[in-house]
Design a binder for this molecule. Structure first.
Ligand SMILES: [Zn+2]
Length: 312
């Protein structure tokens, strides 16, 4: 489904009897973006397979920010969860564009400055707890060292983004640590937690379905897998979740990292899923995230009233 609806406006604007067409571009919420100051690879990857066009890699941090904003403008992304290893840099991005929601990235739980974290939550600077990337350091999600983070998020009603996937990537990240079943312990202990799981925990589909069935407040994003794995593999995983009745808890995310064009590719991955209804696509692109983030009706109306372009 194209995110554009063309409407005809007769001369209500006093522009003669000619039909004026305006394109309303429906809003999208990106639940998974990152800030980087240094570009850690020059590799122009070409995902998904089969390769059509290699993605542009940002030349430096400033260009990454400007190209990310360019993509957000083009796709009418009205909000984007932003996390980054560099706290100050993340702050700068949020200051540059208020559409970014500050995400507090957690890597090594022992290194968290709790006083600072609590202050920033109190001042409402931090909007999301996450991404929690501690799996890369070898921690399971139910490791007691992460309990403080989940307790703070629950007490402050902060949404939590957890990295959870069966892709190792390093010797510190054994495959089993990506199994989302470990989150069941966390939710039992923190029943009010508003949790969403990156990549819908691909490829642990059965386990993710079990987790979401058991815990109705668990959501998932469709981020990196929407462009990094072969398109057919992504579609069959998405279909499995949708067939299980979970399309009202799946959310769009790009995880653009240093390749801003992956935002486009990730959107196309959803749009080209011909087994999804138009309503399911809108739910994934916007409605589910709006509910999960507890957006006000006023904000939702504002997001839907942005007219993209007028012509003819
Ligand atoms: Zn990420």
């Amino acid at each position: 489904m194209k995110q554009l609806i063309t409407i005809g406006l007769l001369s209500i604007l006093g522009l003669s009897s000619k039909i004026v067409s305006a394109q309303i571009q429906l809003p999208i919420i990106d639940m998974h973006l990152h800030s980087y100051g240094e570009i850690w690879s020059k590799e122009r990857y070409c995902f998904p397979e089969p390769c059509e066009k290699a993605q542009t890699v940002a030349s430096d941090g400033a260009q990454l920010l400007s190209l990310t904003i360019e993509q957000m403008d083009k796709q009418n992304i009205v909000l984007g969860v932003l996390s980054g290893h560099d706290y100050e840099l993340n702050t700068t991005w949020v200051d540059v564009d208020p559409r970014f929601l500050f995400g507090y990235l957690v890597y090594e739980p022992d290194e968290i400055d709790l006083e600072h974290l609590n202050e920033d939550i109190e001042e409402r600077k931090i909007k999301i707890m996450g991404e929690i990337t501690s799996q890369y350091k070898g921690y399971s999600m139910n490791d007691p060292k992460l309990d403080t983070v989940f307790s703070i998020a629950e007490a402050n009603d902060l949404p939590v983004l957890v990295h959870c996937a069966g892709l190792g990537g390093s010797s510190h990240f054994p495959i089993e640590k990506g199994n989302p079943v470990s989150l069941n312990d966390v939710i039992r202990k923190h029943p009010k937690l508003r949790l969403y799981v990156e990549n819908a925990a691909w490829p642990f589909g059965d386990e993710m379905i079990a987790l979401m069935y058991t815990n109705p407040n668990v959501y998932a994003d469709l981020s990196t897998i929407s462009w990094i794995i072969p398109r057919t593999t992504f579609h069959s995983y998405l279909r499995k979740l949708v067939d299980a009745g979970l399309s009202d808890r799946l959310m769009f995310g790009s995880d653009q990292m240093i390749w801003p064009e992956s935002i486009d590719i990730a959107i196309d991955a959803i749009n080209s899923a011909d087994f999804l209804s138009d309503k399911q696509k809108r739910d994934i692109f916007y409605n589910n995230a709006a509910r999960f983030l507890k957006l006000s009706q006023e904000d939702i109306d504002k997001h839907h009233n942005r007219i993209k372009a007028t012509s003819d």
